[in-house]
Design a protein around this ligand. Structure first.
Ligand code: ATP
Ligand code: MG
Length: 430
């Protein structure tokens, strides 16, 4: 028999963002948008669902994402569709479809949910949020630098720049990687007995991915593997050199990590990750690099592209640890109305305040409880001030104001002086 009284629950690995946390998320999102706009990046909004083929062709058939993490389904027309596991592919698809990739320069960003069927754990979810940043049409390493400087500025604005470290590597060109691939296969073949099942599979399909293994038992073997940098050509080295010397000049510190390969196949030359040790094994909060070959791989003319993605859940976890942005009050002023006459009078006054002070966070008590119970709710709301309208205030065209966060006593203002009071004492810093 069907059970109708069982509580329904969210899908494993997919989480609600509750009101207690949403103000902090919004504050962080606002700062990130401000930084993006200060570097003249523009928003692009993309569908959450794309054809499955798009991800197979861009991310690579032999990657964790495409092999086992995608939410793929057949729709009513019989088409194979997939909930986006990342944003780069969809953004490029849109760029190609709307002609943004031909002889043009673009600096784009998007924000939204991504979906991967991974094993849920701290910092790893099945629905998670990313800010994605993509640039098109710029071949010089200056844009690689700009992306890193931009992300660095986000950490500074959020007060977490001391908690993240930039790791850098160059993957060179596809041709250079092919030579290195042979060397790597030879090395791992010599140590076949030490490879885990996943790596044995990768040895045939995608040996560079072995370097990205999260298996602790394989770390020594990986650490002793030959390094890709030895196989980079003059152009790749020059690109990387401009990147590092410019970062030096800007005072942005980094750590070279020759084993940084990234979980997606489409990168070339620059790859980078912002990592922290504060979040356990899910320590990468932002990752990106250059993927010049991808445009042609998706059927466009050869073009250059460079970008990164920032994971919001991990970023928020880091901000929480740093105890930044802990107290963002959802309410600034709480309006208490006492007595019949005050009901309509107070409602009109609240609308007047909202019209005159558009950023004021004003909550009107709508339960018509006793003065005492309304006052308790005002205090609990986190508001800085309670505005009180009773019979006297209606008759005298005044408002009583009680500061809630200081010991200051209640005072009365003429109603027409309240806007100025709000502007100087409540929303002044907005
Ligand atoms: P990881 O190596 O941690 O699996 P990835 O290489 O798969 O990361 P990208 O696809 O480059 O990650 O995504 C960029 C960022 O998005 C990551 O650095 C991380 O902050 C975040 N991210 C990726 N997958 C998840 C997930 N399942 N849950 C939460 N955040 C995620
Ligand atoms: Mg991953």
């Amino acid at each position: 028999m069907a059970q109708h009284n069982q509580t329904l629950q969210a899908i494993r690995g997919m989480h609600d963002l509750l009101p207690a946390n949403s103000a902090r998320w919004q504050a962080v999102e606002t700062i990130i948008r401000e930084v993006l706009s200060s570097y003249a990046y523009q928003e692009i909004r993309l569908p959450i669902v794309e054809k499955t083929e798009l991800f197979k062709r861009s991310i690579g058939e032999v990657t964790d994402i495409v092999e086992k993490e995608m939410y793929t389904f057949t729709d009513r027309n019989g088409d194979s569709l997939t909930l986006r596991p990342e944003g780069t592919a969809g953004c490029l698809r849109a760029g190609l479809e709307h002609g943004l990739l031909h002889n043009q320069i673009h600096r784009l960003w998007y924000y939204g949910a991504m979906f991967r069927h991974e094993r849920p754990q701290k910092g790893r979810y099945r629905q998670f949020y990313q800010f994605g940043v993509e640039t098109y049409g710029m071949a010089s390493a200056d844009i690689d630098v700009e992306l890193i400087a931009l992300s660095n500025r986000i950490w500074q604005r959020l007060g977490i720049n001391n908690q993240v470290v930039l790791e850098l590597n160059s993957l060179g060109t596809i041709a250079e990687r092919l030579v290195y691939r042979e060397v790597l296969v030879a090395y791992f073949t010599e140590h076949l007995a030490e490879l885990d099942a996943d790596s044995l599979k990768r040895l045939k399909s995608n040996p560079l991915r072995i370097l990205d293994t999260k298996n602790p038992a394989m770390q020594t073997l990986v650490a002793q593997a030959p390094e890709l940098s030895t196989y980079l050509g003059a152009e790749s080295l020059a690109h990387f050199n401009i990147l590092t010397t410019t970062l030096d000049a800007l005072g942005i510190q980094y750590r070279l990590n020759p084993r940084l390969v990234r979980g997606l196949d489409y990168y070339s030359n620059t790859v980078f990750e912002w990592v922290t040790t504060a979040l356990g094994s899910q320590g990468t909060i932002c990752a990106g690099g250059r993927y010049d070959g991808l445009v042609a791989q998706l059927g466009g003319k050869d073009n250059t592209a460079c970008g990164f993605a920032l994971g919001m859940e991990r970023l928020m976890a880091l901000i929480d640890l740093a105890d930044n942005l802990a107290n963002i009050a959802p309410v600034e002023v709480y309006l208490i109305r006492v007595g019949e006459d005050a009901k309509l009078h107070g409602m009109k006054f609240a609308e007047h305040l909202r019209a005159e002070c558009p950023t004021l966070k004003l909550q009107v008590d709508c339960n018509h409880g006793s003065f005492k119970s309304q006052f308790k709710k005002a205090d609990k709301s986190g508001a800085e001030f309670a505005f009180i309208i009773g019979e006297d205030e209606v008759n005298n065209q005044t408002i009583a104001i009680k500061p809630l966060r200081t010991k200051a006593s209640q005072f009365v203002l003429p109603a027409n002086a309240v806007i100025e009071f709000i502007q100087t004492h409540v929303t002044a810093e907005n």
